[in-house]
Write a protein that binds this ligand. Structure first.
Ligand code: SF4
Length: 415
């Protein structure tokens, strides 16, 4: 059988019941009844029709409904999108992964069964923590029982794979009397989530982003913050707890039972093309279809393997839906850029070094047609190796686990 290049699809659903104060994703607070479930599905389907030529030439490896809170979306409407995406693919991977991001307040067993019925095989649930005060501080609408209950409901529904998300490195209280989550508390919470039987856990440290409520509080010096040393200790406490529970630490922030790694995210980390559908979605596609009518001069043309275009769709849901309802040839793109091969290699390094297995730098560079080891990178790699922060073997580079908390900085040294 002829081999086809793999591709993944991301579908953005832009609404949540409430905006969390730390969140910088494109999401807008809206009551479930006020959401135009059908209209949004129609808009995404209209966009898909304009992008389906690319899908038709590829093997579809995964579909990810992210947001926002896509578990708010009526399953029938999501199902129309899911069917159309899978039908447009040239081929479906035999282990096609279909994930929906969920919040505990919009997931119960019945809803999980409804997702299962339309072909979803993986749910990722935003548990975020198991402490009432911390959840309240994070602006979450659920309590610890709600988080664990949503995981259990998902598993009871027969959903084959369920992931729980955690946020650590959170301090509550006041700046003057901040109370940090202790490493042993974080480990206990991770163990409790693992004990529900989930197949995967993501554990991210809280990052304070500009433009969010937390960012504004931090700017004014009013946000209690956890110290760097405590956050690093917590990282290793969670690592130890989850490895002992049989969840392998396969990426800096992700753990999985064997074979249950998130295939969609692995696609990003391994540099596989992806199509983004929906408002604010990004896509990155090598050799895009000329009929996409890319607007920027720098984005035009497609001269071989190394060329790729990254686009971003219109951010506002209303403007996106209006543009798609108008019909015509245009795609609702807000911006697009041509990615130079060197930029793509830097991204591969950035993301690949977050994986336990690291990255085959020489193979990635050869595929992109750029040198793997310009003198500056060679010097930086030797320096990092001496410091115990990088291992170089054959063409592969990887960050030893003890240095994972520095992974992003290490990658930047290698650009
Ligand atoms: S539920 Fe998730 S996407 Fe929605 S505001 Fe909170 S963190 Fe952001």
């Amino acid at each position: 059988m002829k081999t086809m290049e793999p591709i993944t699809v991301y579908v953005h659903f832009p609404w949540c019941l409430k905006k969390c104060p730390y969140c910088d994703f494109v999401s807008f607070a809206k009551a479930r009844e006020a959401i135009d479930h059908r209209g949004y599905a129609d808009a995404v389907l209209a966009e898909l029709r304009k992008r389906e030529e690319v899908l038709g030439e590829r093997e579809l490896r995964s579909i990810f409904f992210g947001g926002g809170t896509p578990s708010l979306w009526e399953p029938d409407e999501m199902g129309r999108v899911l069917s159309a995406v899978t039908a447009a693919a040239g081929r479906r991977s035999p282990d096609l992964e279909v994930t929906v991001e969920c919040n505990p307040t919009s997931l119960d067993e019945q809803r999980a069964r409804a997702f299962r019925a339309i072909g979803v095989n993986r749910l990722s649930v935003g548990v975020q923590g198991l402490d009432v005060e911390r959840l309240r501080f994070l602006g979450r609408l659920h309590d610890p029982d709600g988080g664990l209950g949503a995981l259990s409901a998902a598993l009871r529904s027969g959903m084959p794979r369920v992931s729980g998300d955690l946020i650590y490195g959170v301090a509550v209280g006041t700046v003057e009397a901040a109370r940090e989550q202790r490493p042993e508390q974080a480990a206990a919470e991770a163990r409790a989530v693992a004990s529900t039987g989930v197949t995967h856990i993501s554990a991210y440290s809280l990052t304070v982003e500009p433009g969010t409520s937390f960012g504004e509080l931090a700017r004014r010096g009013r946000l209690p913050l956890a110290g760097d040393d405590g956050v690093a200790d917590t990282f290793f406490a969670i690592d130890e707890a989850l490895e002992a529970e049989g969840l392998a630490h396969y990426e800096v922030s992700n753990y999985a039972r064997p074979g249950d790694e998130a295939r969609h995210n692995l696609g990003y980390w391994q540099g596989i093309d992806y199509i983004g559908l929906g408002c604010a979605a990004y896509g990155t596609v090598s050799r895009p279809d000329p009929r996409w009518g890319l607007r920027s001069a720098g984005a035009e043309g497609h001269d071989g393997e190394a060329s790729a275009v990254r686009y971003r769709n219109i951010v506002s849901p209303e403007r996106y839906m209006a543009a798609m309802a108008e019909g015509g040839e245009a795609i609702a793109v807000e911006s697009e850029e041509r990615l130079a091969p060197e930029t793509r290699l830097s991204e591969r390094i950035m993301l690949g070094l977050r994986l336990r297995e690291g990255l085959d730098l020489e193979a990635a560079a050869a595929a992109l047609g750029v040198p793997a080891w310009p003198p500056s990178r060679r010097r930086a790699a030797e320096r990092l190796e001496r410091a115990g922060r990088l291992e170089v073997a054959g063409g592969r580079v990887r960050v030893p686990r003890a240095a994972w908390v520095f992974a992003d900085g290490i990658a930047a040294d290698l650009f």
